[in-house]
Write a protein that binds this ligand. Structure first.
Ligand code: AMP
Length: 447
């Protein structure tokens, strides 16, 4: 299904706050946070606030509704959690005070871990609520919800079923946070979210975070938020530190090509390969294992426990190569991935930015390679028009046979579509495959 995602640029500039205006970074002390919160931030080595934190924290402390167009990697979690913990420490409250709704269990766990860190020196408690857990998880959820734990971080489906059983204590809820709102819409959670909201007190502060401003998000903003403060971090381009390359490749050339790239870069200790389909994830895993790589796969088909284990092994670098569906492309924070490979071009151009955003985080360098077959050329064109420049085309290594021909528009017109080229473009250079052993061009039966 094709989705039309509108980038954050659609927030009118007069109302939005652009990153470019905020060169001076404030400290958390200057933002007026409580000493117990500052203490935890000190232990976590958070010195200066990121732009979204600098913008959002004062507004949230003042009690204003907020819509922020921001992606993972901008520090958005701390932007909404720090002022909430501050209020919980400084203001009287009872029952569950804050509800954070997120699209996936992984994101719920990640946010809960951050809350535990930020609230370490405070009496604030949080609880995750998500599907697919075991019996003891359910008992913990039930107990925490009935007691009225301070902060609940939940996925919509599971929370709805708790609400229907009357297990929650949301009568005094003061804050509702919707994180990754666009992803929740894409995953079909709108009705669950509307149901949950219908059970909350009307007088509350609402904060919404979304990577895109699709029309349905605008509708949700109008339905839920009251005169929100708007923040636009406008990150619809990959970071400068990412070297982006495209290979036009037939499907049967993809695994041999990935294998060559990995062999040519033994220094890459963390590689994330994205597949648009769940079906392909484990086909790619098997094919790469047959070529001798230590690789694992993750998709929503895995049990919750297995997903957590696979993610944790990849985070800690016990697994150097992970093949994943888009479940991982948003929200999940994994530091210092060296290489992102798009096994296929994502159907939504914004997903390209999210996938590539897994590398070169926090001003580090990274590489992103996109493999484009004959069917995906139109998608590549859409990606390039979103980011505003042409991605460097790499020649297929000769041993892998001829690549597909570019079939959209004429070559001359295509080159003229963009005035700008990526500054680190290395077009024309031959790929560095000196260390690679030749592999068979066709008939990689494991693929
Ligand atoms: P997020 O965008 O919330 O997923 O955060 C991305 C990463 O940046 C997480 O690992 C955070 O712990 C980290 N982070 C967020 N804010 C700061 C900060 N002000 N200083 C240092 N690290 C930060």
């Amino acid at each position: 299904m094709r989705r039309r995602a509108i980038s954050c640029k659609s927030i009118p500039p007069s109302k939005s706050v652009s990153l470019a205006h905020y060169k001076v970074q404030m400290t958390f002390k200057e933002l007026g946070l409580h000493d117990d919160v500052l203490n935890a931030l000190g232990y976590m080595n958070f010195e200066k606030a990121t732009p979204i934190q600098e913008q959002a924290i004062p507004q949230i402390l003042q009690g204003r509704d907020l819509i922020a167009c921001a992606q993972t990697g901008t520090g958005k979690t701390a932007a909404f959690i720090l002022p909430i913990i501050d209020k919980l420490v400084t203001q009287p409250h009872k029952g569950t005070n804050t509800l954070v709704i997120v699209p996936t269990r992984e994101l719920a766990i990640q946010i809960d871990q951050q809350i535990q860190g930020f609230s370490y020196f405070t009496p604030v408690h949080s609880q995750t609520v998500y599907g697919g857990g075991d019996a003891s998880g359910y008992i913990n959820e039930k107990k925490a919800l009935e007691i009225g734990v301070d902060i609940v971080v939940a996925t919509p489906g599971k929370l709805k079923s708790h609400l229907m059983m009357g297990l929650t204590n949301f009568d005094h809820l003061e804050h509702l946070i919707l994180d990754e709102a666009d992803r929740m819409m894409d995953m079909g959670f709108i009705e669950d979210i509307q149901f949950i909201i219908s059970k909350l007190p009307e007088k509350r502060q609402n904060l919404m975070f979304s990577a895109t401003m699709a029309p349905k998000i605008r509708t949700l903003v109008r339905e839920i938020l009251h005169e929100p403060f708007e923040i636009n971090l406008n990150l619809s381009k990959p970071a400068e530190g990412v070297t982006q390359q495209v290979y036009l490749a037939h499907d049967e050339q993809k695994v041999p090509l990935i294998s060559q790239v990995l062999k040519a870069h033994p220094e890459f200790t963390s590689t994330l390969i994205f597949s648009s389909t769940k079906k392909n994830v484990f086909t790619i895993v098997r094919a790469l294992r047959a070529k001798g790589f230590e690789v694992h796969g993750i998709s929503s088909d895995l049990e919750q426990k297995e997903r957590e284990q696979v993610l944790s092994d990849f985070r800690s670098r016990r697994t150097p190569v992970l093949v994943a569906t888009d479940v991982l492309s948003r929200g999940i924070d994994i530091q210092d991935i060296n290489l992102v490979v798009n096994y296929d071009a994502p159907s939504n151009a914004e997903d390209y930015v999210h996938r590539v955003g897994r590398t070169a985080r926090s001003n580090t360098k990274g590489m992103a390679i996109t493999l484009v077959n004959g069917k995906d050329m139109r998608r590549l064109q859409e990606i390039e028009s979103l980011i505003g420049y042409e991605i460097t085309r790499m020649p297929m290594p000769e041993v892998l046979g001829p690549a597909p021909e570019w079939r959209i528009g004429s070559g001359g017109n295509r080159k003229n579509r963009f005035r700008k080229k990526k500054p680190n473009s290395s077009e024309g250079k031959r790929p560095n495959f000196r260390k690679a052993k030749p592999s068979k061009p066709k008939g990689d039966s494991n693929h």
